[in-house]
Design a protein around this ligand. Structure first.
Ligand code: FAD
Length: 336
């Protein structure tokens, strides 16, 4: 059985988990990052790598993936260990701090834990189609990493939220045709984007298939021939498409973290905002997974929580040292 020793184990390689490597490193604290996905980047890389973010301070516009690439560059001097494709399952308090075990039976011994688990070890909500696995990552995608694969193709997008609407607008300029499928008349996405969607319908770039829901798929060898949809009256339509992109959101189950006896409210970990510490000493929660009065689920808020948690855990990592607050302009980048 593999065993890793580190000062802080960071659960979640999303933007906030990654930035906490920097904040810890600047204080001389070693970290190891684990994620159930096979890649780093959390929601930014999995859900919207090519979409521009406009509210990262000092970046008027930066794509989800660029942000992650920059964070990756920023934390390089600290050389963190990454354990990818493994979910954290159990924790046990011990003399040194915590002993953590993973879905692949790895053991990690750490003095503190940073939970930066976002919405939990996430996976897409899938449409109820028999044999959907045959088509996944061939003609059905739950997230987009390279939009050029849809150039001049016929694409069906399903869902009623921001992801479905945003991607329909984004892809409309390169696809041959987009079918936008939703089971209700009303869309939940940002109103100005819903307006844009309907203006693209008028220009014949998008065909609205509303109110319809997914019924079945016909195809072979992972390629779709037709996507069949039906409405509440049982009327059916068969759409000839090359790709199907269902955007039904993510499951937001915290999984095993729920059993760790941390104070939880509405699937979020309650923390003291002044320290980012949870109800268990030595366990901190930062980013989308944590909650306190006035909490905003934004990347910039998570970055600030990472800095606060790093300062707060210092005493536990180095009980004999005194923490002197320093600007990075004074300290430079320390590296480990
Ligand atoms: C479409 C969309 C657009 C957005 N636009 C913006 C925007 O413009 N500005 C903005 O500030 N925010 C935006 N957000 C929100 C932003 O992406 C989140 O606030 C941010 O990703 C939270 O970062 P995080 O590191 O806390 O968690 P996440 O990015 O969710 O990463 C958490 C990671 O933890 C992993 N994990 C969870 N549980 C476990 C476990 N038990 N074991 C191992 N790994 C685990 C998950 O697999 C995941 O990779 C947007 C979100 C979406 C979906």
């Amino acid at each position: 059985m593999n065993k890793t020793y580190t000062d802080v184990l960071i659960i979640g390689a999303g933007p906030v988990g990654l930035f906490s490597v920097f904040e810890l490193g600047q204080l001389g604290i070693k970290s190891c990052v684990i994620d159930s996905l096979n890649m780093i980047g959390g929601q930014c890389s999995s859900l919207y790598p090519e979409k521009p973010i406009y509210d990262i301070p000092a970046y008027p516009k930066i794509s989800g993936q660029e942000l992650i690439d920059n964070l990756s560059q920023q934390i390089k001097p600290f050389n963190p260990k990454f354990i990818l494709g493994e979910r954290v399952e159990k924790i046990k308090e011990n003399r040194e701090g915590f002993l953590v075990s993973t879905s692949n039976n790895q053991l990690i011994n750490c003095k503190c834990l940073f939970i930066a688990a976002g919405n939990g070890a996430f996976g897409p909500n899938k449409p109820p189609i028999i044999n959907i696995e045959e088509y996944e990552n061939k003609s059905i995608f739950y997230h987009i990493t390279d939009k050029l694969m849809f150039k001049q193709k016929r694409v069906a997008i399903a869902g009623g939220g921001d992801s479905a609407v945003d991607w329909a607008i984004e892809l409309a300029s390169i696809t041959e045709k987009i079918f936008f499928i939703h089971r209700r008349d009303k869309l939940r996405a940002a109103p100005n984007n819903v307006e844009k969607l309907y203006s693209l319908e008028k220009k014949n770039k998008i065909e609205m298939i509303i109110p319809y829901q997914i019924d079945s798929i016909e195809g072979s060898n992972g390629e779709i021939n037709s996507l069949n949809v039906k409405n509440l009256n049982g009327e059916k339509k068969s759409l000839s498409v090359d790709f199907f992109l269902p955007f039904f959101g993510l499951s937001s189950d915290l999984g095993p973290i729920k059993d760790w006896e941390l104070e939880i409210e509405k699937n979020l970990l309650l923390v003291d905002q002044s320290t980012s510490q949870t109800s268990i000493e030595g366990i901190f929660a930062i980013g989308d997974v944590c909650s306190y009065p006035g909490k905003l689920k934004l990347i910039l808020t998570g970055f600030s929580e990472a800095a606060i948690a790093a300062q707060s855990c210092f005493k536990r990592i180095f009980p004999d040292k005194v923490l002197h607050f320093e600007y990075s302009t004074t300290s430079g980048v320390k590296g480990l």
